[in-house]
Design a protein around this ligand. Sequence first.
Ligand code: IPE
Ligand code: IPE
Ligand code: MG
Length: 243
Amino acid sequence: MTQNTLKIPQHIAIIMDGNGRWARQRGLPRIEGHRAGAESVRAVVRACGELGVRYLTLYAFSMENWRRPKAEVNALMRLLEFYLQQEIPELDRNNVRLRAIGRLHELPLAAQRQLEKSIAALDDNTGLTLVLALSYGGRAELVDAMREIARKVKTGSLDIADINEEAIARHLYTRDLPDPDLLIRTSGEMRVSNFLLWQISYTEIYVTETLWPDFRKPQLLEAIAAYSKRQRRFGRVATSDES
Ligand code: IPE
Ligand code: IPE
Ligand code: MG
């Protein structure tokens, strides 16, 4: 399929998995896999900008990832801080806006500060919106939304009768984002791992055996080509089958 016949998803979400396996295959420490994974982030962000994707949400650190060995967690947090600082000029050149979702207050203070700084520095940009999921859990997001909704009902600013799908969506971390059209998971794992549980109800899922550090523009184009062939029905019958 040529690039012209590709249907470009408005919103791509990626579970960036397989950094550890990539490193192990090379006899390297896991953190080297994460470093190589950061290169893939660079490549994929640039490619999404070029292709005209509007939103790219990257699962960078889950709530469950806090249970990893302390040394790995610390290394990942330092890598995050470094990436956020280092990448500003390149992201700015590419007109990329930055957002973050998750329990961000659980991140180390230095990472929180750097995140705020980077978001502010890129705030006027109008191209791709890069969304980093950090200390993110889909169930925790729903818990946070329900607490906020309950608080509003209690104080009288929200009526129970007005709790509907739109109201719930408005209380999620993703309130400003459309639902993902395409969810990519690298490294072959067939699971969602607590990512965007509410938002992916009708998202097209693409799983590739490629490990995240090996996932670059050609692999992204393959995923988009597969997506382009999908028929999204949203519970209806195909238009060609209507009678
Ligand atoms: C994904 O790679 C990166 C994060 C979850 C932070 P992994 O570190 O999970 O790599 P594998 O799954 O062990 O290969
Ligand atoms: C999912 O990968 C989380 C991120 C990519 C940040 P994991 O490696 O943590 O997922 P599981 O443990 O294999 O489900
Ligand atoms: Mg993994």
